[in-house]
Write a protein that binds this ligand. Structure first.
Ligand code: 0K2
Ligand code: SF4
Length: 359
């Protein structure tokens, strides 16, 4: 049994049209929603959120968390209400206290600084991010120059970069390739952030390969299954959609990419919202088909609230467009597993909760 995240509803009030105003709105026939699947929580996010919940349950508040556990406002606010304290750096955590590292991963310097402060740590780094760290360490040991495709300033990129700063250059965009210089063009490998646009990354890789023909590929895809599956689903929907609504926070790379991908694949309009109350009624003008999806850090309850709102506006018919089934499951961080076992708690990570048919 899981302790499914029981996130409370957002309480921000929104201004609604009256039923008469809605009825008077220009009629559009055949209003429907195409709901992307997979969407929402991936296995790594599920594991990280449960890790904080379980830490609160078994160790008691406060539980410190370095950076946002995942990039979602609602998740962060809800965990804060339960006693999690989000900090930017480990030096804000009292000596000897418990700190959770976020799903995006940390550099060895952060681990060291936590150790120096005698902090008790739970590492909620997604195993698929850890995989990229390991690749970076291995290629650096073999004296490769690593071209890390990713966004400068993003926590995941900072963490991976920190594994071997003297061997890594960050490639922020396809345009960056033009000015890139390497020590030895025959000893170059590319790696990437896990939550990028698949298409844009391939464009960057193609440019890199044109410049460094002997560049080698990562042993397996760094863009993870969840990022890639959510993009595939919205690509299917976008050409049919007059409007795509992406649920996800502004600092969530994979959520923001979904909006871009929707536009690139033909959606007439795409908007990102954190909460249903940010949906603007004017977006519905002349709209028959609304596509809906959500990022990997987004609890399903937020999508359901958007669907409820859409139903009020005549978009009550919901067709789920399923492009993949996800059944990946990660076990909880090992430090936590030991504590749970000691306390007789048999909770496991779930993974992919957002992908189950919703209605
Ligand atoms: O998409 P982002 O990397 O910004 O992160 P989130 O929105 O928190 O999604 C979960 C991914 C975490 C690690 O890959
Ligand atoms: Fe892991 Fe991918 Fe989810 Fe990031 S988006 S937490 S890499 S499964």
């Amino acid at each position: 049994m899981s302790t499914v995240v029981d996130l409370s509803m957002p309480t921000v009030p929104r201004v609604r049209r009256t039923p008469q105003e809605i009825a008077d709105a220009a009629p559009v026939s055949g209003r429907k929603v195409l709901l992307a699947a997979p969407r929402g929580y991936c296995a790594g996010v599920d594991r990280a959120v449960i890790a904080v919940e379980k830490a609160l349950e078994h160790y008691g508040a406060p539980v410190y968390v370095r950076k946002e556990i995942v990039h979602n406002k609602h998740v962060v606010q809800t965990l804060e209400e339960r006693g999690a304290v989000f900090v930017e750096e480990t030096d804000e955590v009292p000596e000897g206290a418990l700190v959770v590292f976020s799903a995006h991963g940390v550099s060895p310097a952060v681990v060291q600084s936590a150790h120096d402060r005698n902090l008790h740590t739970i590492d909620a780094t997604c195993p698929l991010v850890t995989k990229v760290h390991r690749e970076a360490v291995r290629f650096a040991k073999n004296d490769y120059e690593i071209l890390l495709i990713g966004h400068v300033g993003h926590e995941e990129v900072e963490g991976t970069f920190g594994e071997a700063p003297e061997h890594i250059q960050i490639v922020n965009s396809p345009e960056d390739v033009d000015t890139l210089e390497v020590r030895d063009p025959d000893k170059v490998v590319w790696l990437s952030q896990t939550t990028l646009s698949v298409d844009e990354t391939m464009e960057t890789v193609n440019r890199l390969r044109a410049k460094f023909p002997n560049m080698i590929d990562p042993p397996s895809d760094d863009i993870c299954y969840a990022t890639s599956n959510r993009q595939t689903a919205i690509k299917e929907i976008a050409p049919q959609a007059d409007l795509v609504i992406v649920v996800g926070s502004a600092n969530s790379s994979n959520s923001v990419r979904l909006k871009e991908v929707a536009l690139e694949y033909g959606a007439a309009r795409a908007e990102r919202v954190d909460f249903a109350n940010q949906v603007d009624e004017s977006w519905f003008e002349g709209v028959a088909t609304v596509g809906v999806t959500s990022g990997a850090s987004v609890p399903e309850v937020l999508v359901q609230q958007v669907l409820d709102l859409l139903a009020e506006y005549g978009y009550g018919s919901v067709e789920e467009v399923v492009t993949a089934q996800e059944d990946i499951l990660f076990s909880l961080p090992k430090e936590l597993r030991a504590k749970l076992a000691k306390d007789g708690d048999t909770t496991r990570g779930l993974g992919g909760r957002g992908t189950k048919p919703s209605r």
